[in-house]
Design a protein around this ligand. Structure first.
Ligand SMILES: [Ca+2]
Ligand SMILES: [Ca+2]
Length: 180
């Protein structure tokens, strides 16, 4: 696309929505910009930010921690669309982890999941799992042992006919383990 076209589209978007981004000294039109709170605590506000440039199909979503004028990026989706962020203390150490559910785009309906472990307020990605068709995550303690588990309900398309299945995970000693 020629620069003049980009400027024209940017100006049109400003006229229509009033939503603009100012970054690196240039204007970029945005097709999507939404922020929603995941949680608010004394550490700050965890926010899911969804965004997409007008001229791109890739989503540039992220999870940020805002505290006053300080913003820390906890996770960037790198093209994937973040569908939901679940916050729960999975290893019972008093700090809540973040489970991020993403749509990979495309026609397969595949989902990807990432877990950010929280240690004294510092978030580290320790797990990523992909290939769940139509997958949807929940956190619950269905076995009643006092420790929350991750449940991913998905369609097993390798089974004929396709079967609904649930993958169960737990976080122990800083590692995500799949229940057999
Ligand atoms: Ca924890
Ligand atoms: Ca449990």
């Amino acid at each position: 696309m020629k620069n003049s076209n980009i400027v024209r589209i940017a100006l049109a978007m400003i006229a229509v929505s009033g939503v603009i981004f100012v970054g690196s000294g240039s204007l970029t039109a945005s097709a999507l910009f939404e922020q929603s709170d995941v949680s608010v605590s004394d550490r700050g506000r965890i926010v899911l930010e969804r965004r997409q440039a007008e001229d791109s199909i890739a989503r540039l979503d992220r999870v940020i921690l805002e505290n006053g004028s300080n913003t820390v990026e906890l996770f960037a989706s790198e093209g994937r669309a973040i569908e939901q962020v679940l916050e729960e203390d999975l290893d019972l150490d008093g700090e809540k982890e973040l489970l991020i559910q993403m749509d990979l785009g495309g026609s397969g309906g595949f989902k990807e999941f990432a877990l950010l472990h929280n240690k004294d307020g510092k978030y580290t990605q320790i797990w990523e799992e992909t290939g769940f068709c139509a997958g949807n995550a929940m956190i619950a303690d269905r076995d009643g042992d006092g420790r929350p588990n991750i449940y991913i309900e998905y369609a097993n398309t390798e089974a004929k006919p396709t079967r609904e299945e649930t993958a169960i995970f737990s976080l122990e000693n800083g590692e995500v383990k799949k229940a057999e």
